[in-house]
Design a protein around this ligand. Structure first.
Ligand SMILES: Cc1cc2nc3c(=O)[nH]c(=O)nc-3n(C[C@H](O)[C@H](O)[C@H](O)COP(=O)(O)OP(=O)(O)OC[C@H]3O[C@@H](n4cnc5c(N)ncnc54)[C@H](O)[C@@H]3O)c2cc1C
Length: 394
């Protein structure tokens, strides 16, 4: 049977699901994306994306559209929140772009999602369906199908689970592995530029590292807004996702931070907060004609700023594997063979970075010396394995 007539059902219409849909449509499949929400969209917050994400977007045919929406920062800075001194910075200006052949940038999540959504809408072989929450999948004699909460059945030759950190597809595929709540809570806000203290309006992704806490800020949306994320370690067990948070709570967790940085946390009038979690790595993402991508496969802490980048890479790798292998299961196994070591290197590194960002006492001194001694080329060499890729290499 020709590939043009084969069809794939994707559960979840986030960055992972839409990029997978685009990749498969580009490879010659008809794709139906099922999204549980009433509308396709993303939360109002920023995201950092490395050159590897742009390489993946180039492969998907949306690189120029993504670059047009991005803000090009000059550097990544780590500040010591206790002393107020710079620990280290990584220049991401022209020499970085020359080396990695694409920029490091920041972008509003809705803009990144919108670029993928526009490309899916424009593709004749992609169908987007809202208000369908997938609850189960089944391998069939001819392919695979999903059932939704409303009792609807969507059948195809294969199913892609792109339904995020609390994936129903993963739950069934693994038999239910535990979400590991880290005890870390992230507060997010987007500030109009005029509310951002002038002495912190840096063209950089800036991270202030403090004891058991850190915060990140960077410009967004053509410098009209600033993205702010404040993360701290807590023993609160019952924090949900995307729920309202209070200034009092976030300020109480940043008591040891220098006033210059701390005053920024007084600015937002409204905050949203998330409990952060990941899952332990698993050795298999595939069940017959069903496979996982994005956070469904490898949910991560945000500390490497690579979760969405990995989802984009997954999509490229999946499309390439399906272009090379007629049989879905063979393609999915080839995909996971490449993706598992690379994606989990990011996930495990992110756990370690949490410790680096939240260091105190002697660990803080070691961190400051270790990172402070690194040269730009030293940073570039350490990151070459990551930023040089697009999903087609391990
Ligand atoms: C605070 C924070 C900061 C971050 N910063 C960065 C960063 O700077 N850079 C970066 O690359 N990554 C970052 N990430 C990670 C990134 O957000 C995720 O890795 C990425 O969004 C994963 O995309 P996804 O499509 O796999 O999952 P999701 O974004 O979770 O999308 C899943 C989609 O599936 C839908 N869905 C869920 N269940 C079902 C179901 N049963 N049926 C149908 N639909 C369903 C959901 O509604 C959603 O639309 C950050 C994460 C956090 C929490």
């Amino acid at each position: 049977m020709s590939k043009a007539k084969r069809s794939v059902v994707v559960a979840g219409g986030g960055i992972g699901g839409l990029s997978a849909a685009l990749s498969l449509a580009k490879t010659g499949f008809r794709v139906t994306v099922l999204e549980q929400a009433a509308q396709f969209g993303e939360i109002g917050a920023g995201i950092q994306i490395g050159p590897n994400a742009f390489h993946a977007m180039d492969w998907l045919g949306v690189g120029d559209a993504g670059r047009a929406k991005a803000v090009y920062i000059d550097k990544l800075i780590m500040m010591d929140g206790m002393s107020g001194e710079e620990i280290a910075h990584v220049p991401v200006d022209q020499p970085f772009r020359d080396r990695f052949k694409n920029p490091y940038a920041v972008i509003h999540r809705a803009d990144l999602h919108g670029v993928l959504h526009d490309a899916c809408v424009a593709h004749p072989d992609v169908t987007l369906v809202n208000d369908e929450r997938v609850v189960a999948y089944e391998n069939t004699a001819t392919g695979a199908k999903v059932v939704t909460e409303a009792g609807h059945v969507f059948e195809g030759d294969a199913v892609i689970g792109a339904d995020g950190v609390r994936s129903k597809i993963r739950e069934q595929l693994t038999g239910g592995d535990a979400l590991k709540l880290s005890g870390h809570v992230a507060y997010r806000a987007v500030l109009p530029i005029e509310d951002m203290p002038e002495d912190l309006r840096w063209n950089a992704a800036t991270l202030w590292a403090g004891p058991k806490c850190h915060m990140v800020h960077y410009p967004l949306q053509g410098w009209k807004t600033f993205n702010l994320v404040a993360t701290f370690v807590t023993d609160i067990a019952n924090v949900g996702t995307n729920e309202p948070g209070t200034s009092e709570e976030v300020l109480s967790r940043f008591g040891d931070i220098v006033p210059r940085a701390r005053k920024l946390l007084e600015v937002p009038k409204t905050w949203r907060r998330w409990v952060l979690g990941d899952r332990d790595p698993i050795e298999n993402w595939t069940d017959g004609n069903v496979v996982l991508v994005g956070d469904a496969a490898h949910p991560t802490h945000q500390y490497f700023a690579q979760g969405a980048c990995m989802a984009l890479e997954d999509a490229v790798c999946l499309g390439d594997a399906l272009a090379r292998h007629e049989d879905f299961n063979t393609a999915f196994l080839a995909y996971q063979t490449l993706r598992i070591p690379r994606a989990y290197r990011v996930i495990l590194s992110s756990r370690e970075l949490g410790r680096v960002y939240h260091a105190q006492g002697v660990e803080r001194l070691v961190r400051n010396k270790w990172l402070g001694d690194k040269t730009p080329d030293g940073f570039y060499d350490s990151l070459a394995w990551l930023y040089g890729g697009n999903g087609l290499s391990g």
